[in-house]
Ligand binder design. Structure first.
Ligand code: ZN
Length: 421
């Protein structure tokens, strides 16, 4: 199994891409949500052309696809490799000034722009990275290793495979997408045009991450109606919708909340309340790994409204629930070879796979239900979406080796007849 060093290429690409401003914006209705994402997409298109990839296409929605042709004739599943170009709107993504720390020695790292320190006392996972080359922010922005590390890994792998046609692999499709951080990355993804049988997103965290389960997610809006009158003359006439909303919330079980759940437990998250005396809306996020459990949460919201209605009348309020996304494990259980191959490859490289479910969603979750089964692989980044984001270039290199070896394993894996390719 190949174990090569692409550190130089990975670092150069990471530095180049992270300095390009690509923050997405949930309040925008355009696609991509921000024009600056085009800057990176156009650069990547040029780089792909220079590398000599084929079938390069960049559509008007900001989806950039290309093909690395097979080096063998044997039919194997077409493998997709995906990463996103945008960075999270949660923190400043402009004027990113990455700092490179060669052979990290375990001491605090000064973030020169803010004067803050990146310390192993606060972030103990740094202790595992002593001796590595790290890239950090200067404290005034996020880094955007999420997910520019994924792009750097994919293109460095592609460059290596193009230079080594003796390495056997099937057809590989590359996809770079906009607006992942605002939950729209899969929205305009043309699965048929992409034309891969299966894919991996390179969008995970510390070494070993191999994720194929996400939450089931619903968004609920509970509306309580009131009657607005001048508060000075409201005796026996005003009905305060806010008070009704508080009463509704207090009827829900207190143990099913984000701060009281972990691991495989789900929750009902009171996300936001808005409105007036007249009409108040409570927004809840329902999350669970099990379909039956999230259905129970839905039932709980409706039954709580029935209790309110028994007390205050039929017209006192209503519950509306929208499905957001579903646990991709339901799809990927039919493509377990994707997990099997990734695990084998990691173990052969001395990496312990970590298959803990994601307590959130990924583009892969939506893509899996759209017909492109897509688990997620580690890239090495940590503390995403803030000024303490950092990444190990050595871990990126491990990730690149995992990808190269997965591509090779696809040519020898004993696919069972009838197994979904
Ligand atoms: Zn990401």
């Amino acid at each position: 199994m190949a174990n090569i060093s692409l550190n130089k290429a990975l670092l150069a690409r990471l530095l180049r891409y992270t300095q390009i401003y690509t923050t997405s914006d949930a309040s925008s209705q355009t696609v991509p949500s921000t024009p600056q994402q085009w800057d990176l997409l156009h650069l990547l298109k040029e780089e792909m052309q220079a590398l000599g990839l084929s079938d390069i296409s960049l559509d008007d929605k900001g989806y950039l696809f290309a093909t690395l042709p097979a080096t063998i004739d044997k039919p194997v599943p077409v493998l997709g490799l995906l990463a996103h170009v945008d960075t999270a709107p949660a923190f400043n993504g402009k004027n990113v000034k990455p700092q490179v720390i060669e052979r990290y020695d375990g001491n605090d790292i000064l973030l020169a722009g803010s004067g803050d320190k990146l310390s192993a006392k606060v972030f103990p996972s740094l202790n595992k990275l002593i001796g590595h080359t790290l890239v950090t922010t200067d404290g005034t922005s996020l880094l955007g290793a999420d997910d520019k590390s994924g792009i750097a890994i994919i293109l460095s792998v592609v460059e290596y495979l193009l230079a080594h046609p003796e390495i056997p692999h099937g057809k590989i499709r590359i996809g770079f997408t906009p607006d992942e951080e605002i939950g729209r990355g899969a929205k305009h993804f043309d699965v048929a045009k992409f034309g891969a049988d299966v894919a991996y997103t390179l969008d995970g965290g510390p070494v070993g991450e191999l994720q194929y389960e996400t939450f089931n997610a619903d968004e609920a809006t509970v509306t309580l109606y009131g009657r607005s009158v001048h508060p000075g003359y409201a005796k026996d006439t005003m009905i305060n919708a806010w008070t009704r909303a508080c009463e509704y919330q207090h009827l829900l079980p207190p143990h099913l909340t984000p701060p009281t759940s972990e691991a495989r437990q789900g929750f009902i998250f009171l996300r936001n309340m808005e409105g007036s005396t007249d009409e108040c809306r409570i927004h809840y996020a329902l999350r669970s790994f099990e379909r039956t459990e999230i259905e129970n949460y839905q039932k709980m919201l409706f039954e709580t409204m029935e209790k309110m209605q028994q007390k205050y009348g039929e017209q006192c309020g209503k519950v509306e629930i929208k499905e957001h996304y579903r646990n991709m494990g339901e799809v990927l259980v039919h493509y377990l070879y994707l997990i099997d191959i990734a695990k084998q490859v990691m173990e052969a490289q001395g990496i312990t796979p970590n298959i803990d479910p994601i307590r959130g969603g990924t583009d892969g979750a939506r893509l899996s239900f759209m017909g492109l089964p897509t688990p997620n692989l580690f890239t090495g980044g940590e503390n995403f979406h803030g000024p303490f984001e950092f990444i190990s270039v050595d871990t990126m290199n491990q990730s690149a080796n995992v990808v190269i070896n997965i591509a090779q394993q696809f040519t020898t894996y004993p696919f069972h007849s009838g197994e979904s390719l």
